[in-house]
Design a protein around this ligand. Structure first.
Ligand SMILES: N[C@@H](CCC(=O)N[C@@H](CS)C(=O)NCC(=O)O)C(=O)O
Length: 213
């Protein structure tokens, strides 16, 4: 059985939990509290020297990085696919997902927020403002990209009839946006896509509030 090292409110962990659920794969959850700094402990860093969640223990060894884990799942269990079938749509889907995972999310990660506070004297209000501004900037671009594709909620998920990596990245990032008080009214397409995806059982059963730890 796969062992997933995960934290309830970690968006990268939530991505992997959704992907596992979509693929119908069960795993043993090992809770790593980012609040209690479990991720920085020696035993955890032996598993994942980066000191981040998620990490998954497979029969081949430990795999880190949510995208590496999701692509490994995709390669191992191709159906249902986490990508649209058309090659160009697949590329656009990857671009959407990476805009969140590589550009929007990293600047509001826990380590960054702690550094802003410790080294630059940013209080809670300033770090919240920092996170909210980066999210709003990134969402503005994604809203435009989504409008350029003439996407509408009637079309289903962001890239077709099934949830893809784009939806998997959007929903956890929307949770962060709400947590930091981002005004979502300028992003009606993203709000609609989020509402559609978060109603899917794979997103519901793996949501932060359903997780122990
Ligand atoms: N690129 C990594 C990011 C993993 C990551 O940074 N996870 C966060 C939680 S969502 C974390 O462990 N943060 C710890 C920290 O910032 O110290 C992935 O996609 O898996």
């Amino acid at each position: 059985m796969l062992q997933l090292h995960t934290f309830s409110h970690s968006s990268a962990s939530y991505r992997v939990r959704i992907a596992l659920a979509l693929k119908g794969v069960t795993s043993d959850s090992h809770f790593v509290s980012l609040i209690a700094n479990d991720h920085l402990s020696d035993p955890y860093r032996t598993l994942n020297p980066e000191g981040r969640v998620p990490a998954i223990v497979t029969e081949n060894g430990v795999l880190t990085q949510s995208f590496a884990i999701m692509d490994w799942l995709e390669d191992t269990i191709p159906e249902p696919s986490l990508y649209p079938s058309d090659i160009w749509q697949r590329a656009l889907c990857r671009a959407f997902a990476h805009a969140i995972a590589s550009d929007i999310f990293p600047v509001q990660n826990l380590g960054v927020r702690r550094k802003l506070a410790a080294d630059f004297g940013a209080d809670e209000a300033r770090t919240t403002q920092w996170c909210a501004e980066w999210i709003a900037k990134g969402f503005a671009a994604l809203e435009m990209e989504t409008a350029k594709r003439f996407w509408s909620p009637e079309q289903g998920y962001l890239f077709g009839p099934l949830p893809t990596l784009a939806d998997i990245c959007l929903v956890p990032q929307m949770n962060n946006a709400r947590r930091y008080g981002v005004d979502l009214t300028p992003f009606p397409l993203l709000v609609a896509a989020d509402a559609k995806a978060r109603a899917h059982p794979a997103f519901i059963t793996t949501a932060p509030e359903t997780q122990a730890g």
